[in-house]
Ligand binder design. Structure first.
Ligand code: STR
Length: 417
């Protein structure tokens, strides 16, 4: 790793501290180690210490606790200059002013229009568009088959679909989608040198700022334009706030749904009995989506919140100024919440809807309904079109990208049958 902070973790000091693996070589093993470490686990993120919450119940409480805030200025290691913009994960936290980084009344002001635009009722209007994108990408899959019949389901289907949907919602032209996909891939990858990551974030900021200025001059029928316009009698968002929300929407809307769709396909292909239950119509596709969200969460670790006071959790105390991560993948495997078979993929499990993968409290994912609609269209359409779909390589050969916060496959080669 070209990371100046990695020393402490590599030297193996800090007993009882789990170093999160930037190369993601054993995600299941790491998930289990975190769960076994207790309610709160001490982790090391490329040399930077933090707490992580590994249990459903405690995470649920902490996510509504006003003593935990998103503002990076509340972080002791940031105040003291130990953590700087040279840390590879800084872009996950110091991401500009937006609904993702602000709390309280200001957060409500920044978020309301976005969450109102993404309610299940409002999303019914774009369902036909999502169905059309899906059909087009299924044609593209068919056409992309190589001589050997192999095609990468990620590159040709799971990755472009959410980008098309969030692009349409936010008013980002198709001609920019490939650029955005490339930039976000480099942003999330721990193999990207930090100076390149900071440069690409600056390029993205410039791109989004131009887009917001263009929509300010010529508003169109999209959420970016809506975010620019003031509420009746209300304060309009500033340009920085609109840009912040726009980039949060594109980053989150594009990245997480790729994981949801691919993880569901992978789980079904690895569990043919479960696939049969859905294809027979005995269990709905919504159950596949929910159980995938629980069992193989698109977000592994969400960075980060900071304690503004000492907070007691179980036998531990989070000290004022310390950073708190939420390890959603471990939380999905909580025995107390999901029973002793929590590690099993079972679309009939009674608790499949009682996961917390979209978070909880004021920051709960505003795009949750959108991702459910997307996966709920994409998955049945894929299996209807290609009933003989199967992996082109043994499941163990599927590798994860070196991304510390997202559950991201490098590729998903399939045979369409
Ligand atoms: C990426 C970089 C950026 O410009 C803006 C954001 C804000 C929203 C973040 C996003 C980030 C990273 C992925 C996140 C998303 C919100 C939801 C998504 C964390 C930091 C998840 O993975 C849940």
């Amino acid at each position: 790793m070209n990371c100046p902070h990695a020393g402490a973790a590599r030297a193996g000091r800090n007993a009882g501290v789990i170093a999160i693996d930037p190369m993601v070589q054993d995600l299941d093993g790491e998930t289990v180690r975190l769960r076994d470490a207790g309610i709160l686990a001490r982790i090391d993120l490329l040399g930077v210490p933090a707490w992580t919450v590994t249990r459903h119940g405690e995470a649920r409480q902490l996510l509504v606790d006003p003593r935990l805030v998103k503002d990076i200025d509340a972080w002791g290691l940031w105040q003291s200059g130990v953590v700087t913009r040279a840390w590879p994960l800084i872009g996950m936290i110091d991401a500009g002013r937006s609904m993702f980084t602000v709390d309280g009344a200001e957060h409500r002001r920044l978020r309301t229009k976005t969450s109102q635009a993404l309610t299940p009722r409002r999303l019914e209007a774009i369902r036909p568009d999502i169905e059309k994108f899906t059909d087009e990408l299924l044609d593209a899959l068919d056409a992309a088959r190589g001589e050997d019949g192999v095609v990468d389901l990620k590159a040709v289907f799971a990755q472009p679909l959410p980008m098309k949907v969030v692009g349409m919602l936010m008013g980002v032209d198709e001609s920019q989608h490939a650029m955005l996909t490339r930039q976000y891939k480099a942003f999330f990858s721990m193999l990207t040198p930090q100076d390149e990551r900071l440069a690409l974030l600056a390029e993205l900021d410039a791109f989004y700022t131009d887009l917001v200025r263009e929509k300010t001059a010529r508003p169109t029928d999209d959420l970016t334009s809506a975010l620019i316009l003031a509420e009746e009698g209300g304060e309009p968002l500033t340009e920085e706030e609109v840009v912040g929300n726009l980039k949060a929407m594109v980053a989150a809307g594009h990245e997480t749904t790729i994981g949801l769709v691919l993880n569901a396909v992978r789980a079904l292909l690895a569990h043919p009995d479960q696939l049969r239950l859905v294809l027979n119509g005995q269990v709905g596709w919504d159950a596949v989506v929910e159980e995938t969200l629980r069992w193989d969460t698109p977000t592994t670790h969400l960075l980060m919140r900071f304690a503004t006071e000492d907070i007691a959790v179980g036998d531990e105390v989070i000290r004022k100024g310390e950073g708190v991560v939420i390890s959603y993948r471990a939380i999905g495997r909580d025995f107390e919440q999901h029973g002793p078979d929590a590690d099993a993929f079972d679309i009939t499990r009674p608790t499949r809807n009682r996961h917390m993968t979209f978070g909880h409290g004021p920051h709960i994912c505003p795009g949750a309904a959108l991702s459910r609609v997307e996966a709920g269209i994409a998955l049945p359409a894929l299996f209807a079109r290609f009933p003989g779909l199967r992996l082109a390589v043994p499941d163990e050969e599927i590798t994860k990208l070196p991304v510390m916060t997202q559950n991201d496959m490098a590729a998903f080669p399939v045979l369409l049958g």
